[in-house]
Design a protein around this ligand. Structure first.
Ligand SMILES: [Zn+2]
Length: 464
């Protein structure tokens, strides 16, 4: 930093200089297939944690860098390795906790990828690869911003920093709450930045202020003790598929809106968003109409949705002329922010029981609920983040709702109720996280890294 230069100007210049190295390191992370799901090679998750730990050390800002895991549900099984790095605050400055995750979704059908998923490939201003956006880019925004802080302030950094890079977010964060409990002192912060969300578009930043919760469960519908000949009994005996189809149909009205009493909706304004944009971003053909009512974004951000995501029934090749005794489905519901997910699940289960056709027997299992989240935007950190994003992107941030869920945020709020939480990210609407051909918009990455470096500089300059 030259003496004529203001600190923010020096940070901006240093951040821009750090981008090529951050992208190269991102490419190295993408080459590691760190899938934490059961049945995948967890040695790769360990390799990925070691790579992230080395990157954390490379920033030169931490007093401690460790790879740690925690017990799952207090049992003998351990969760996937996370990286935890810390430096203490000085001179009454705040402490910031930077969160991202280094595990990735499985690639699915590799034939659907235009280039190999673990081979980072740049084309048309985007970096393609599994985890290139979700969330290895989030990891590298933190690392690049910290390198920038070191390059600009050297030994004068007074900000406290904790870096927490989880290793099993995509696999359900099963040891997350235990990890927070085990490491509460190291993780305690005034401000938490969760870099695992999206932006309004590739050039307009966003702060995510609401997230829907989720309630997922398995439902088995049984109408018969065993399969019976459809010629001998069809027309007098209900089969489980008929009961299931009629039952599931009660979940939605004729507009495709959820028709379950007891599901809340949030009353909040949403930005303009056209049906054409929805068609482009979701891949909805012209002949197919959208579902639901009211503004498009209120349907996605503020209301519940219910999707049947799996079904076990006789397959097409095994179809025989019998009445099916039992059908099992997976129901995945998104819950409006503000409603406890468990309460919403109970409402859906009660609705299904009340509508079970012909006295069909219903069995509920594998219930998994995660609460949604509403950010308290009243704290000082939101103002600092808005200013940093506006400066880094050159565009004012949008307050974003997200239809998806980040259930671990509820754990963070529960464990650290005094912390201010900022949900940011590097994705844009075309990132295709979790899908084939996931990619990162390189301009978004650049702007996100500069913004976070500016945020760190601002927090280093202010008291708690
Ligand atoms: Zn993620």
């Amino acid at each position: 930093m030259t003496s004529e230069q203001s600190r923010p100007a020096a940070v901006r210049e240093a951040a821009a200089g750090n981008i090529p190295a951050a992208l190269a390191d991102l490419g190295s992370l993408v080459r590691i297939p760190s899938v934490a799901f059961d049945g995948f090679d967890h040695a790769q998750v360990r390799r990925s944690a070691e790579a992230v730990a080395a990157l954390a050390k490379s920033t030169g800002v931490f007093e401690s860098v460790q790879i740690r895991d925690a017990a799952i549900d207090g049992g003998d099984r351990r969760g996937m390795p996370a990286v935890l790095a810390t430096r203490a605050a000085r001179d009454g400055r705040p402490t910031i906790l930077l969160y991202a995750h280094h595990d990735v979704q499985p690639v699915g059908d590799e034939a659907l990828w235009d280039t190999p998923p673990f081979e980072p490939t740049v084309r048309d201003g985007r970096l393609y690869g599994r985890g290139a956006a979700d969330d290895k880019a989030g990891v590298m925004v933190h690392i690049g911003a910290l390198r920038t802080l070191r390059d600009t302030l050297g030994d004068d950094i007074r900000l406290g920093v904790a870096l927490f890079v989880e290793g099993e977010e995509e696999a359900g964060s099963r040891s997350f709450a235990q990890f927070l409990a085990d490491n509460a002192d190291a993780l305690r912060a005034d401000v938490i930045v969760v870099a695992d969300s999206g932006n309004w578009d590739a050039t307009t930043p966003a702060l995510t202020v609401s997230l829907r919760g989720n309630a997922r469960f398995t439902l088995t519908v049984r109408t018969l003790e065993h399969a019976s000949h459809s010629g001998m009994f069809g027309g007098a005996v209900p089969d489980a598929m008929m009961a299931t189809v009629k039952l599931l149909a009660t979940l939605w009205d004729d507009d495709g809106a959820v028709a379950v009493p007891g599901l809340a909706q949030r009353d909040a304004a949403t930005p303009a968003y056209s049906e054409q944009t929805l068609r482009d971003e979701a891949g909805l053909p012209d002949a197919v109409t959208p579902i639901g009512r009211d503004s498009i974004l209120s349907r996605i951000w503020n209301k519940a949705s219910i999707t049947v995501t799996g079904i076990d029934a006789p397959s097409v090749v095994n179809a025989s002329n019998t009445l099916t005794p039992e059908v099992t489905v997976v129901i995945s519901a998104r819950i409006a922010p503000g409603q406890p997910a468990r309460e919403a699940y109970e409402a859906i289960a009660a609705h299904l029981r009340a509508h079970a056709p012909f006295g069909a027997e219903l069995t509920f299992s594998d219930v998994d609920c995660g609460d949604g989240f509403l950010v308290d935007t009243g704290g000082w950190a939101v103002g600092e983040a808005r200013d940093a994003l506006a400066a880094g992107y050159g565009a004012d941030p949008v307050e974003l709702g997200v239809g998806g869920s980040i259930p671990f945020i509820a754990d963070l709020v529960r464990t650290f109720p005094e912390a201010q939480i900022l949900v940011t990210g590097v994705e844009d609407p075309h990132a295709r996280a979790h899908s084939p051909n996931e990619s990162l918009h390189l301009d978004t990455f650049r702007h996100a890294l500069i913004s976070e470096a500016l945020l760190l500089e601002r927090l280093d300059a202010r008291g708690r």
